[in-house]
Design a protein around this ligand. Structure first.
Ligand code: SF4
Length: 483
């Protein structure tokens, strides 16, 4: 019965979304209706009994997604045809569980629900050499065979009911194998939606037109700030090419976002409202992803990580942008509340990462593995075998013990991250299962006592800063005691 009620509510949300796309009349009324439906479902119904303030953050995030999308649909930057295709794949997948049969079958076999998506970096090759990029170290010839790449995506669809895949790199638009490109993959899976990280420099009019015709791709274009910051890290002239790419995408109605690596140096810039206004209002971005610099990849240095103080300041800025401006901004360490904490290691509703060598990793930011998808396939296995390794199982147990099992009083999700925020615990698991490093940089980091020490110091300070916020703002400890 509960399931039926949930479905009716989800169908109500899809109906309002479709009406918003098809008509310009009554937009304010429909948005208000959507707001009511989402608030009721997420905050009032609160099916898992999470803290009220956690649910509030989720509601604000969902509304920021809707408002950012419809703002650009109205401006003509996000075509209605593309928006409809997004509803059919991504939104119906998430709300109406188009893959529910697969989810149920997985649960019957393994005893837990499958992850919702995965990130794949099909090739390491890139046309740029950005400072500190994890994809820019070593030789650039490594790549997945196209048949393996496509099989991974197909199995995520068939075994997990997944309708969403993230493609990273390297630069995905220059991936080639056996005459196939990432666009061939997108074309083969019209009922799935793909988010593709790209440096944007290859997106000309023809590529933007192809994305619009396929209708199931959104590019997240990397910037480091404005022109100065972007060109300093990515190379002279790159920002102008990014602007040209955005022009092309707007012309063909392809929704795009930006992806920013936040460092100690550019963090002050990301604390200014003007930064977000520039990308959302002037350039027509639909979303912005903020990734705090993680010391992995080339030229590892802890000195580029935003300080714990900067991280907390960025948390408040993120909250303000989502709540007050309704900009769809996700800060991948500060927005842990909206995903109920860490989503790594194939947790139910979470994800995992597979790189160009086939190494299966818990997360893009954990460059250690115990299994390889090429070997799994060669031995007659399938994608599910990549999830049930001791490494992933121990991380999922940690996530559970840390957060999920205490429905109304989860652990501090302002510091949800295994590898960055709880490094000592991550290392304990990594040592117990005997992980292998993705490359020589990950190996060096693992063996460097200063790396370990620096991250543990960062974690201790972050805990001092965020525990009071977690308790007062999210768990409402003082308020409940006074009541
Ligand atoms: S390990 Fe850290 S970066 Fe990766 S999903 Fe978990 S919280 Fe996010």
């Amino acid at each position: 019965m509960n399931k039926l009620v949930e479905r009716v509510k989800a169908e109500g949300i899809v109906t309002v979304l479709k009406a918003l796309i098809s008509t310009e009349k009554g937009r304010d009324y429909l948005l208000k209706k959507l707001d009511d439906l989402i608030f009721r479902q997420i905050v009032l119904n609160n099916p898992k009994g999470r803290p009220h303030k956690v649910q509030e953050d989720k509601y604000h995030m969902l509304m920021s997604i809707a408002v950012s999308a419809f703002r650009n649909i109205e401006r003509g930057y996000f075509s209605r045809a593309v928006a409809n295709k997004m509803i059919e794949s991504l939104v119906k997948g998430a709300l109406l569980h188009s893959g529910a049969d697969a989810e149920r079958a997985f649960r019957e076999q393994y005893g837990f629900y499958p992850p919702s998506f995965l990130t794949i970096s099909p090739g390491k090759a890139c046309n740029l050499r950005c400072i500190g990029c994890y994809a820019a170290s070593g030789a650039n010839l490594e790549k997945l065979r196209f048949d393996v790449f496509e099989r991974i995506v197909r199995e995520a669809h068939d075994f997990w009911g997944s309708r969403f895949i993230v493609i990273s790199g390297g630069e995905p638009t220059i991936y080639r194998d056996n005459g196939k490109t990432v666009f061939d993959l997108y074309e083969m899976h019209p009922d799935m939606y793909f988010l593709m990280y790209t440096n944007g420099t290859t997106i000309d009019k023809a590529m933007a037109k192809r994305m619009a015709e396929l209708g199931n791709i959104t590019p997240a274009i990397s910037v480091e700030g404005y022109e100065k910051e972007t060109d300093e890290r990515r190379g002279k002239g790159v920002f102008k090419k990014v602007l040209a790419a955005m022009d092309n995408l707007r012309e063909f109605g392809v929704p795009f976002g930006i992806s920013v690596t936040v460092t100690r140096l550019n963090a002050p810039l990301l604390m200014k409202t003007e930064f977000y206004e520039y990308y959302f209002e002037e350039l027509g971005a639909t979303y912005a992803w903020l990734f705090h610099y993680m010391p992995i990849g080339r030229q590892i240095t802890l000195d580029l990580m935003p300080t714990p103080e900067q991280r907390v300041a960025l948390y408040w800025k993120w909250r303000e942008m989502v709540r007050e401006k309704r900009y769809f901004v996700a800060d991948f360490w500060n927005s842990g509340v909206v995903s109920d904490g860490c989503i790594a290691a194939g947790r139910p509703g979470g994800y995992l990462y597979i790189d160009w060598n086939g190494y299966v990793m818990p997360c893009v930011f954990i460059p250690y593995y115990v299994s390889n998808i090429n070997e799994i396939y060669a031995n007659g296995g399938n994608l599910n075998d990549a999830i049930v390794t001791p490494f992933f199982e121990k991380i999922r147990r940690w996530q559970h013990e840390y957060g999920y099992k205490f429905h109304s009083t989860p652990g501090n999700w302002l510091m949800p991250c295994m590898i960055r925020d709880h490094h000592a615990e991550f290392r304990k698991i990594a040592d117990e299962v005997g992980v292998k490093p993705e490359d020589e940089n990950a190996d060096a980091a693992f063996k460097d006592p200063n790396y370990y020490k620096g991250l543990v110091e960062y974690d201790n300070r972050l805990k001092e800063l965020t525990e009071p916020i977690w308790k007062e703002v999210f768990l409402e400890v003082g308020k409940k005691a006074a009541a």
